[in-house]
Design a protein around this ligand. Structure first.
Ligand code: HEC
Ligand code: HEC
Ligand code: HEC
Ligand code: HEC
Ligand code: HEC
Ligand code: HEC
Ligand code: HEC
Ligand code: HEC
Ligand code: HEC
Length: 372
């Protein structure tokens, strides 16, 4: 059963790779077979006789030059080298037994060579490949967007290193192509913490996933985003280290924005809501400390933030929302007093009524006992 599934997944993946190949009019996509990950053979064969020579290059149809010289020590020092528990990989483990003689048609551009060569990684790393097939990057490639990421864009080819060491490397990997987002993120409270070596700060992949990255701008991602923030911001032990309140998630859920978003999420997470989620007020990649001048929720900018959805809001509008913290005598005196009033009046009223009923019952029983 498991094998049938694997075989099906693989047929799908191979199909996809071939479609890419078709789209780009490539002919020599390495064949991928439905099988368990093959063990490395370590076979460098005779490849280094030619490719071990320095200073060789080859010109593709579009005029781009490909460096043909391969330094075997680079591969030896990669994850696929001597340290690999399953044994070191040889050239043919990635390039295939039939790589030489080189009688296959060459891709026209260096970019196509890279995209096509990534198929070499799929034979052994089935799980990551299966995830990747369902990602924005892979779908973009299928749609002919050659700039989307393939295995080797994020990992390299001969020089594959541990992808999450140090931890910030995962975000650095995305910088290559997502420069605008990265620039915002780098100076955000999260990015700054990450590059200071804080292991709790979210990397790009904590919020987006790694190989199976999905479209983050749709209703589903939006409705679920408060829970994403809550994975850390409702974690009391983690937030205590920064003296940040964990009440932010609960207070959000009980306010008029959050309760509706939560309801949407439960009923049909794909239906769009126009109510505010965390990132409408705080921003996405440029989140700053709540008291930082850059923050969208700092006092002087808060009205502007509310106005993006409540266009008619005036300067006293933000006060209609008490924020994440219960009102205090200093922050919201009126609301505090009203709350306090209720906190006293309600128990006193109900308590008084109960007392009245109790004494009445007691009186009646006593009268009856005496009378009887
Ligand atoms: C006799 C010398 C020679 C040997 C042996 C050789 N190559 Fe090549 N290789 C070349 C030359 C020259 C090119 C440039 C393209 C061409 O001429 O076809 C090349 C290109 C390549 C390319 C890039 C272009 C492409 O076809 O994708 C790869 C990858 C490659 N060789 C891998 C290998 C591997 C793996 C082996 C061992 C199985 C090997 N080569 C053995 C000479 C050689
Ligand atoms: C871990 C898999 C892997 C191993 C092992 C490997 N290669 Fe490659 N090789 C690749 C990939 C992937 C590319 C495509 C890189 C690109 O263009 O982005 C590539 C590219 C090449 C190229 C073309 C140059 C270029 O920059 O595209 C040559 C030549 C080559 N390899 C030869 C070798 C030789 C010789 C060996 C053995 C000493 C070897 N490779 C081992 C995966 C591998
Ligand atoms: C012949 C099988 C084989 C091929 C082909 C292969 N790998 Fe690997 N790779 C392994 C093995 C075995 C390991 C070590 C065990 C593990 O961590 O999965 C490994 C480890 C890795 C790791 C490190 C995993 C970690 O957590 O430390 C990365 C990243 C990786 N490979 C990426 C690639 C990429 C990218 C390609 C294509 C250029 C590729 N591999 C081609 C077998 C292969
Ligand atoms: C958009 C960038 C990106 C692409 C594309 C990508 N990877 Fe990764 N990969 C990563 C990052 C980042 C990690 C580190 C793991 C983490 O952060 O959880 C990783 C981890 C891995 C690992 C280590 C085990 C694991 O899952 O953590 C392997 C093996 C691997 N990738 C192989 C592949 C293969 C094979 C492909 C192509 C089918 C691929 N990757 C495509 C970014 C990428
Ligand atoms: C080689 C370049 C490249 C790298 C590296 C890369 N991406 Fe992408 N990414 C793209 C391209 C191109 C698109 C646009 C795809 C499309 O056409 O929708 C994209 C799309 C996305 C999207 C969807 C955007 C949208 O509006 O739907 C997200 C999210 C994303 N990438 C996150 C990441 C993360 C996280 C990393 C690092 C782990 C990463 N990317 C690494 C090129 C890259
Ligand atoms: C704290 C969680 C979080 C982190 C960390 C994060 N993102 Fe995002 N990202 C989101 C959310 C939420 C959205 C959707 C925003 C929207 O709908 O406007 C998004 C949207 C995107 C988009 C598509 C829209 C756009 O602005 O282009 C891309 C691409 C993207 N992120 C890439 C990245 C990259 C690259 C990193 C790391 C440098 C990163 N993200 C870090 C939560 C995060
Ligand atoms: C992987 C954990 C993680 C995730 C996910 C996460 N955060 Fe954070 N966040 C942190 C950490 C850790 C800090 C403290 C960084 C510091 O102060 O150095 C922080 C700080 C903040 C701050 C600054 C608080 C202050 O005033 O000091 C805000 C605002 C914030 N995050 C909002 C969000 C939002 C909104 C989301 C979801 C889109 C989110 N975070 C997702 C870990 C996370
Ligand atoms: C992403 C859009 C968005 C943002 C940003 C936003 N709100 Fe709202 N808010 C809504 C929607 C939609 C409703 C529901 C309106 C309705 O049901 O008529 C709502 C309802 C309210 C209500 C309930 C009373 C009413 O008008 O229905 C208050 C009070 C409120 N918001 C205050 C705020 C404050 C204060 C801010 C800024 C800190 C803010 N909102 C930011 C979308 C937003
Ligand atoms: C309607 C706008 C709005 C929404 C929605 C919102 N916040 Fe806030 N947030 C604020 C404002 C204003 C402040 C600063 C004043 C305060 O703390 O009440 C703040 C402060 C914070 C702080 C700093 C708390 C501290 O201890 O200093 C964090 C962390 C935070 N928010 C996270 C979140 C998370 C996570 C969500 C979603 C679950 C969220 N916020 C939803 C407006 C909002």
């Amino acid at each position: 059963m498991k094998h049938t599934y694997r075989a099906a997944t693989f047929t799908f993946i191979v199909g996809g790779m071939l479609i890419i190949a078709g789209l780009f009019m490539l002919t020599n996509v390495p064949t991928v077979q439905a099988q368990d990950a093959p063990a490395p053979t370590g076979d460098d064969s005779y490849c280094l006789v030619c490719h071990g020579q320095p200073g060789q290059s080859y010109t593709l149809a579009d005029g781009s030059s490909i460096d043909l010289s391969v330094d075997p020590t680079v591969i030896a020092q990669s994850v696929h080298g001597d340290q690999n528990e399953s044994g070191a990989l040889g050239c043919v483990d990635c390039h295939g037994d039939s790589a030489f003689p080189h009688n296959q048609t060459k891709p026209a551009t260096a970019r196509l060579l890279t995209i096509q060569s990534s198929a070499a990684c799929t034979t052994c790393h089935e799980d990551q490949t299966a995830d990747m097939v369902d990602s924005v990057h892979y779908r973009a490639l299928l749609n002919g967007n050659q700039t989307a990421a393939t295995c080797t864009d994020c990992h390299g080819a001969h020089n594959v290193q541990k992808p999450d060491e140090p931890r910030e490397q995962t975000s650095t990997t995305c910088r290559e192509c997502h420069q605008v987002v990265f620039a915002e993120y780098e100076t955000s409270v999260h990015g700054e913490a990450l590059y200071k070596g804080d292991a709790n700060a979210p990397t790009c992949t904590d919020c987006h996933g790694v190989h199976g990255i999905q479209n983050p701008t749709n209703a589903l991602f939006r409705n679920r985003s408060p829970e994403l923030c809550a994975t850390c911001h409702a974690d009391a032990e983690m937030m205590a280290q920064y003296d940040i309140s964990t009440n932010v998630f609960d207070s959000y859920l009980t306010d008029f924005h959050g309760s509706t978003v939560a309801l949407f999420e439960q009923q049909d997470p794909n239906v769009a809501t126009n109510k505010a989620v965390c990132f409408d007020c705080h921003g996405v990649h440029d989140i700053a400390r709540a008291d930082d001048d850059k923050s969208r929720v700092v006092r002087q900018k808060l009205l502007e933030t509310c106005q993006s959805c409540h266009p008619g809001a005036t300067s006293d509008f933000p006060d209609a929302w008490v924020g994440h913290f219960p009102p205090t005598i200093e922050s919201h005196p009126l609301m505090f007093i009203v709350n306090l009033f209720y906190a006293i009046v309600i128990p006193v009223t109900i308590g008084g009524m109960l007392l009245l009923v109790a004494t009445d019952v007691f009186r009646r029983i006593r009268t009856r006992l005496r009378g009887g």
